[in-house]
Design a protein around this ligand. Structure first.
Ligand SMILES: Cc1cc2nc3c(=O)[nH]c(=O)nc-3n(C[C@H](O)[C@H](O)[C@H](O)COP(=O)(O)O)c2cc1C
Length: 228
């Protein structure tokens, strides 16, 4: 085996690089509006997919595949699947909350010139099941890591990404010819945007607010936080 180790200081991030990483994390937003009708150049899209593809994966199984969708008719069909699922979701709320839900913009499927359906092959034999004997769901987690890489890289490139989970996976599977053993994990609306929000849209609309970090941390054993 070829050893390729370097000392931390040899590959150290300088202050600006370190700050850029934290800035991308803090400035990343889920984007549902403001997409510009200008397709991403191929090389940029390739960089985003390469960022996703270099994510950690359990056993190095790399279970993630990306279906890049540009076709308008296909996006319209997905939008129809969203509308049905969203109508059903809206019907589960009552009163003021129902009104608030209906007013939310929860997807940008038609506005974003490219959509990416991210799928996971949870049983592929790559990695020889390392790390999956007791936690088979780690395959799925690996795909989610890939999505987050793409999301952060996109923000650094000035590209908006919105995750749509209000979709019937069975209908999505049929539409996109996804085989039964492959799991649809995320449906992403991706494109240049004319603005990025500085706060989560659900917070600005009063639907939900973020919790303080201290309420998410406990020490030595799990403890409930009263505030959450
Ligand atoms: C697994 C997952 C599914 C999501 N599904 C939706 C969705 O269907 N529609 C939507 O508008 N936002 C969706 N979001 C975005 C969240 O609402 C958003 O991440 C959260 O409100 C925080 O906002 P921020 O991403 O801008 O920080 C999803 C996010 C995740 C991680």
């Amino acid at each position: 085996m070829v050893e390729s180790l370097v000392k931390p200081e040899e590959l150290a991030f300088n202050d600006a690089e370190r700050a850029a990483i934290y800035r991308a994390i803090a400035a990343r937003r889920d984007v549902r509006r403001g997409f510009v009708d200008r397709p991403l150049p191929e090389d940029l899209l390739h960089r985003l997919l390469a960022a996703a593809h270099s994510a950690p994966s359990v056993g190095l199984m790399q279970p993630t595949r990306f279906i890049v969708i540009r076709d308008r008719a296909t996006r319209s069909a997905v939008h129809g699947i969203f509308e049905d699922a969203n109508r059903e979701a809206a019907a589960t709320y009552r009163g003021e909350q129902a009104e608030q839900y209906t007013a939310l913009k929860l997807e940008g499927i038609l506005e974003a010139p490219q959509n990416i359906c991210v799928v996971c092959d949870p049983d592929n034999q790559r990695g020889h099941r390392l790390g999956r004997h007791t936690m088979p769901e780690a395959a799925l987690y690996s795909t989610v890591c890939a999505i987050q890489n793409l999301w952060l890289a996109a923000r650094a490139e000035g590209v908006g990404v919105g995750w749509v989970s209000i979709l019937d996976p069975a209908r999505l599977r049929t539409l996109l010819a996804i085989p039964g053993h492959i799991l649809p994990v995320a449906y992403l609306c991706v494109g240049y945007v004319d603005r990025f929000a500085t706060e989560p849209e659900l917070e600005r609309s009063g639907w939900e607010s973020r919790v303080a970090l201290r309420t998410a941390i406990c020490h030595d054993r799990y403890t409930e936080d009263d505030a959450s």
